[in-house]
Design a protein around this ligand. Sequence first.
Ligand code: SF4
Ligand code: SF4
Length: 340
Amino acid sequence: MLKKIGLEKLNEFVSALIEKGTLFAPVKGDAGVDFQEIKNAGDVTLDFYNTLQSPKCVFFPQTDDMVRYRLKKETTDIEEISLDFEPRIAFGIRPCDVKSFEIMDKLFTRGGIVDPYWESRRKNTTIMGYAFDAVDPADFYGAFGIHAADTTGSDVFMVKGEKNLLLKAITEKGEKLLSSVDTLEDALEEDRKYFEERLKKGAELETRTLSLEGVAGKLRDMFGSPYWEKVAAPCLNCGVCTFVCPTCHCFDIQDETLFGEGTRRKIWDSCMFTDFTLEASGHNPRTQKSQRLRQRVNHKFSYYVTNFEVTSCVGCGRCTRSCPVNIDILTVVEEAVESV
Ligand code: SF4
Ligand code: SF4
């Protein structure tokens, strides 16, 4: 099923999507474009390269309440937060970010140990992928077999033309969504041709790349190398690279209480922070920034590969674009591997 809508009617279409469930879509802010829950259709933009932060917030928000409680003298009232999330729509997700959801599924549902917060949102969400039409020099998603107009993992895939937004249903879920929106028109033969051409061109666009063969083992072999001190020297341990990354998933669980009332919540954490590994005894196995940078790179390109047979990176380029001291993870992996 291929549908279309004129770009001048985008607001109408977005309003129809808001009726179908909680909508997350790209919104232009002061610093750039980011995903937000949409209340006003006019806030949504389709004019961006990629968002500053990844769309992982759709399934894994920065803070996520688990229980609220009131402490009493002899008992505690506990209110569990419902996991019955309303249907959700994630709109305008770039192909590399769509792939990141599958990588995170492996962690959050591994071996029957399921994170219900991730799983409930994932099940209830329709993903509307969105083709890139250019390549940013920081990107290297091609290294993972992803291309600029890759429809894999999307329920609906969107291509923006000069006058229309074309939407193709990829899964049954996507078909159900598109058939339920009256504002969409059936695509014509010329639209079909344009859509196919854009998929073909997307597959031809080249990003930077990297051979992944043997990387996991080579990183293990150079664990004690002085290279890590050299490359980590400028790092500020700001943690931005982990917060913007679609596949970084570390979190802490904290209690916030005031006058006997409290909330227990999940909060994003970062392996780049000094106290990330601080133990209750006061011992910290990763006091040096070189150890923390090494951990981030090894986690993604070696340990995750051993545990889940996939690299925990999609080459979205966000960490490179956001790092205040220009540390580029692709260059780090290349140099580390070459140093063995
Ligand atoms: S963004 Fe750059 S400076 Fe900040 S923690 Fe990551 S590597 Fe270090
Ligand atoms: S490590 Fe960097 S390039 Fe890889 S997915 Fe995370 S932010 Fe994107």
